[in-house]
Design a protein around this ligand. Structure first.
Ligand SMILES: [Zn+2]
Ligand SMILES: [Zn+2]
Length: 281
């Protein structure tokens, strides 16, 4: 197994360390592959994404320059974690074309409501999740969660990301308060989304961040989804979504065991211009 992480943030977005510090830590930890995936700019004020086009250009130049500087020690790749918000976010193809990216992780952190408000399902505070659910979806969790998965489906088919990020993120602030993940309406939504992942040859990310940050009791996605996806031969990529250098391999050992238990034998990583499968052990 190689050591790799393709989902990494830095000071350009909501990460806590400069790009170069992340690279040198990755080298110290024996990583073979490191991909930077700062949050792509979105056309409204926020505290998580790259601010604007000029910061995006700086990010692209810095990652490419440092990738050359450390080429003898580690393979460094340039990517974005791009939000998909229908009618609002920049088309992924435009980000790809303008910045010559190695790959794109497509993620939904903001769910568009029927009245066009944005429900923020990420971040450390569940009050924001609860408020949005109440105000934008009249407290109807099934409708809200359905809007989330439908937005993910639409992202997969219209934006064609290489990888779909933390596919069941919407569960994070639920914590058994609004629904159980084995309820039939929820299982049906997940099944539909897995069909879209499969049909579009999308790689499904396995994201450990929720666990090592203590925000989730299971991986994104959880075991039941992983078992189903393994039976469907959906390719996965194990990543830490590191916001600090010390998080680069957060919960990797445990996650690897969970993946083996769920029927997975390999994880996909981008390397030398293409996606390749690497044995989990
Ligand atoms: Zn994310
Ligand atoms: Zn991320």
């Amino acid at each position: 197994m190689i050591k790799a992480n393709l989902h990494t943030h830095s000071l350009y977005c909501d990460g806590k360390a400069p790009v170069e510090d992340v690279i040198t830590t990755a080298i110290d930890k024996g990583f073979d592959v490191l991909g930077f995936s700062s949050h792509a700019p979105v056309p409204f004020d926020n505290n998580f994404s790259i601010k604007d086009d000029s910061s995006l250009k700086e990010y692209v130049n810095e990652v490419r320059t440092l990738s050359r500087k450390y080429a003898g020690d580690i393979k460094v790749y340039l990517a974005l974690e791009a939000d998909y918000i229908p009618g609002i976010s920049t088309p992924f193809a435009e980000f790809r074309r303008e910045n010559n990216l190695d790959y794109i992780i497509g993620s939904v952190h903001l769910v568009k409501s029927p009245e066009d408000e944005l429900w923020f399902i990420d971040g450390p505070r569940h009050e924001i999740y609860d408020e949005g659910l109440k105000m934008f979806f009249k407290g109807d969790i099934a409708t809200a969660v359905k809007a989330y998965y439908h937005q993910v489906n639409e992202m997969i088919t219209t934006q064609r990301p290489d990888m779909v990020g933390h596919i069941d993120k919407v569960k994070m602030h639920n914590k058994g308060r609004y629904f159980e993940e084995d309820e039939s309406w929820y299982v049906k939504l997940v099944d539909e989304t897995l069909d879209f992942v499969k049909a579009n040859d999308t790689i499904m990310e396995v994201n450990t961040r929720g666990i090592y940050r203590g925000r989730s009791t299971s991986l994104f996605p959880g075991k039941e989804i992983l078992k189903k996806a393994a039976r469907m031969n959906i390719p996965i990529s194990l990543n830490s979504d590191a916001h600090k250098p010390q998080e680069l391999e957060g919960y990797y050992r445990e996650a690897t065991n969970i993946l083996l238990e769920c029927g997975y034998k390999e994880s996909y990583y981008f390397m030398d211009g293409q996606w390749k499968a690497f044995a989990l052990k």
